[in-house]
Design a protein around this ligand. Structure first.
Ligand code: NAI
Ligand code: MG
Length: 487
């Protein structure tokens, strides 16, 4: 039996107008696990109206920053108290291994804590001006924000979006991805129990082309924060331009993970596998292009083919599972399509098949590695967003940098070398926003997250994250009794 859910609008749990629903599927079994409202543009309009009222005349605007912070601390505590439940929901809803979902829940709690503290540390400046006047800046919330998030980190992306927006004093309409809306609804329950005033956060469970598009087009929304694919990102930026909304875009990547011959070889092999296959490779910052110095290329390919056996595919609720199913049949088919392209372009080193036997009903794809890849091939240029790693040889440092930067994207990247000077030299020349030396993937609520080039614009997290939700106002105070202006 599948659970029946409601969406959270204006502090009430409601069905979609017209009672339309959507089935939510467990990707490990292919079976329906829940039913959620299918929000129409009318539901979105209701949610925006609630957020508008909560911002313009509700209590949120008058809530002291310290009280906003206190409420976010309560939310963090509640996420911790319900971490096991939240982790299991994300795992059952989108297939990530339970150990990774537990990490996400802990990280989400910390994200709320970080911004709970920051809520009381937003301040302006006084400016020296060439006049007998006091010039100052104050920071104000940008208003009502629409937040559209993807399915790869359902709870964590909700935290990255809501925590800074609420700390800044904004009100929000959050639209989780249609594939994975369930943990955002638990988060709404947590907000309700923590005493968030009605309408400050609204969670609508619609799709992108109707509900998401309505949120982006609405003139009552001041800002859109988006994380997802580049195609949806382009549509959103164009639509948001009509009402001159502020936007921040966290899009995809085709991220270079560069291994030099002088690297700690075993660590680099582990880093290559973890970089490519964590979260089934459904990660915007995945190290999906492995660049390997020619002298160790054959040895690296052999080691990858051997050690990939440790990346066990299976039921994501089992603690020993290292890789679960992809989020949907659609995503599985998209990834399998790229694997077929790859078989024509390059050499299949391992994997390449769908799950079989006990896994045949889920949307599983084996961890897949292609060698003898040229950076101009489609599997090296397009974001696959699944467990597919391509291995590209390079000649020397300059060649590595050239290949690494030869991509329309610029989100993340890494270098592996025992020569720290060389490592830093390389990372400084990569046109990307998130870089690692001798590791892959660790990222922190304290540090800025976002991309160069077509990976988007704006930075989330850290002190940068709250900036996205603030306007800056100047106020000038006359201190002289001289005539005003030229009159
Ligand atoms: P998507 O980018 O279409 O969906 C992400 C979110 O955007 C969802 O909430 C969706 O409902 C919403 N959305 C979609 N179209 C919209 C529109 N026209 N207006 C407003 N909101 C809209 O992701 P999808 O289709 O599931 O995956 C396609 C590809 O995008 C993937 O294969 C992957 O390459 C990339 N992707 C990248 C992600 C990232 O974190 N960088 C996350 C998810 C997908
Ligand atoms: Mg889409």
């Amino acid at each position: 039996m599948s659970e029946q859910h409601k969406q959270w609008i204006g502090g009430a749990w409601v069905n979609a107008r017209g009672n339309k629903t959507r089935d939510v599927v467990n990707p490990a079994t292919g079976k329906v696990m829940a039913v959620v409202p299918e929000s129409s543009a009318d539901d979105v309009s209701d949610a925006i109206a609630s957020a508008r009222t909560a911002f313009d005349s509700g209590p949120w605007g008058k809530t002291m920053h310290r009280d906003r912070g206190a409420l976010l601390f309560k939310v963090a505590e509640a996420i911790r108290a319900r971490a096991a439940e939240l982790a299991e929901i994300d795992t059952r809803n989108m297939g990530k291994p339970i150990v990774e979902a537990e990490f996400d829940a802990a990280d989400a709690a910390h994200c709320f804590e970080y911004y709970a503290g920051l809520a009381s540390k937003v301040h302006g400046m006084t400016l020296p001006v060439p006049d007998n006047a006091l010039s100052m800046t104050i920071r104000e919330p940008v208003g009502v924000v629409g937040q559209i998030i993807p399915w790869n980190y359902p709870l964590l992306m909700a935290a990255w979006k809501l925590a800074p927006a609420l700390a800044a004093g904004c009100t929000a309409v959050l639209k989780p991805a249609e594939q994975s809306p369930l943990s955002a609804l638990v988060l709404a329950d947590i907000f309700e129990k923590a005493g968030l005033p009605p309408g400050v956060v609204n969670v609508i469970t619609g799709d992108g082309p109707e509900a998401g598009a309505a949120l982006v087009a609405d003139a009552r929304v001041d800002k859109i924060a988006f994380t997802g694919g580049i195609d949806a990102g382009r549509i959103i930026v164009k639509s948001a331009a009509d009402t001159m909304k502020r936007t921040t875009m966290e899009l995809g990547g085709k991220n270079p993970n560069i291994v030099f011959a002088d690297a700690d070889f075993d660590a680099a092999v582990d880093g290559a596998l973890f970089g490519a296959f964590a979260n089934q490779g459904e990660v915007c910052s995945a190290g999906s292009r492995l660049l390997v110095e020619k002298s160790i290329y054959p040895k690296m390919c052999a080691a990858l083919a051997d050690k990939v056996k440790r990346v066990t595919l299976g039921d994501p609720l089992q603690r020993e599972t290292k890789m679960g199913p992809l989020v949907s049949a659609e995503q599985r088919d998209r990834v399998m399509g790229y694997i077929e392209i790859g078989k024509k372009e390059a050499k299949l080193l391992c994997g390449g098949k769908r799950g079989s036997g006990a896994l045949k009903d889920g949307f599983y794809v084996e961890p897949t590695i292609f060698s003898d890849v040229d950076n101009q091939m489609r599997i090296a240029r397009e974001e696959i967003f699944g467990p597919v790693l391509v291995v590209i040889p390079f000649d020397d440092e300059d060649d590595a940098i050239r290949i690494a930067n030869d991509t329309p994207y610029g989100l993340a990247g890494a270098a592996w070398t025992r020569d720290v000077f060389k490592g830093l030299r390389v990372l400084k020349q990569l046109r990307a926003g998130i870089l690692w030396l001798n590791t892959y993937h660790p990222t922190y609520n304290e540090a800025p997250w976002g991309g160069y080039k077509q990976s988007g614009f704006g930075r989330e997290l850290g002190v940068w994250g709250i900036e996205n939700y603030l306007e800056t106002k100047q106020i000038n105070i006359n201190l002289s009794e001289a005539p005003i202006g030229w009159y």
